[in-house]
Design a protein around this ligand. Structure first.
Ligand code: ZN
Length: 139
C-alpha cells in the first residue's frame, strides 16, 4: 500500500519509498494513506503553528484566510455539539451515554479554544488592516 510522508518545511507530500521503520521522515512526519490526507494534515499543522504565534502574523491575507478557516471549523464543531446534545438526551444504556458525554466535553473544549483563537486573531487582523490602510494612504 502506498504511503505518503510530509516535508514539513515545504509542506509537500512525498511518496514514501522506504521500508517501514527506515524512512528518514519517520521521526518528523506521520505517514498517510493518500496525498490528500497528507496535504490536509499539513494545513492543520500550519494552522496550529500560526495560532500559537498570532502576534507574529504580518500578512493580512494569511490572517484573513486563517480567520475564515476558524469560522468554518467553529460552525462544524457547533453543529456537532448540537447533534451530540440531542443524542445524549435520548434513552440509551448508561455506558453509551457516558461515552457521548466524553466526546461532547472534548468538542466543547475545542469550541472554547476556537473562540479564544478567533478573538486574538480578530484583534490581530484589525491591526494589520489599519497598517494596510495606513500604507495605502502614504503611497
Ligand atoms: Zn516515509
Amino acid at each position: 500500500m502506498a504511503r505518503y510522508h510530509l516535508n514539513l518545511e515545504t509542506g509537500s507530500p512525498g511518496l514514501c519509498r522506504a521500508k517501514e521503520g527506515n524512512c528518514p521522515y519517520e521521526s518528523i512526519s506521520e505517514h498517510y494513506a493518500t496525498r490528500e490526507e497528507a496535504a490536509r494534515s499539513y494545513e492543520d499543522y500550519r494552522q496550529a503553528i500560526l495560532l500559537e504565534n498570532i502576534e507574529k502574523i504580518t500578512d493580512y491575507d494569511v490572517a484573513n484566510q486563517l480567520m475564515s478557516r476558524l469560522y468554518t471549523q467553529g460552525l462544524m464543531v457547533m453543529a456537532h455539539i448540537v447533534d451530540l446534545e440531542a443524542e445524549v438526551k435520548r434513552d440509551q444504556p448508561e455506558e453509551d451515554r457516558q461515552q457521548l458525554e466524553i466526546i461532547l466535553g472534548e468538542r466543547r473544549e475545542e469550541w472554547t479554544h476556537l473562540q479564544k483563537s478567533t478573538i486574538y486573531l480578530r484583534a490581530r487582523l484589525s491591526r494589520l488592516g489599519w497598517e494596510k490602510s495606513d500604507n495605502s494612504v502614504q503611497h
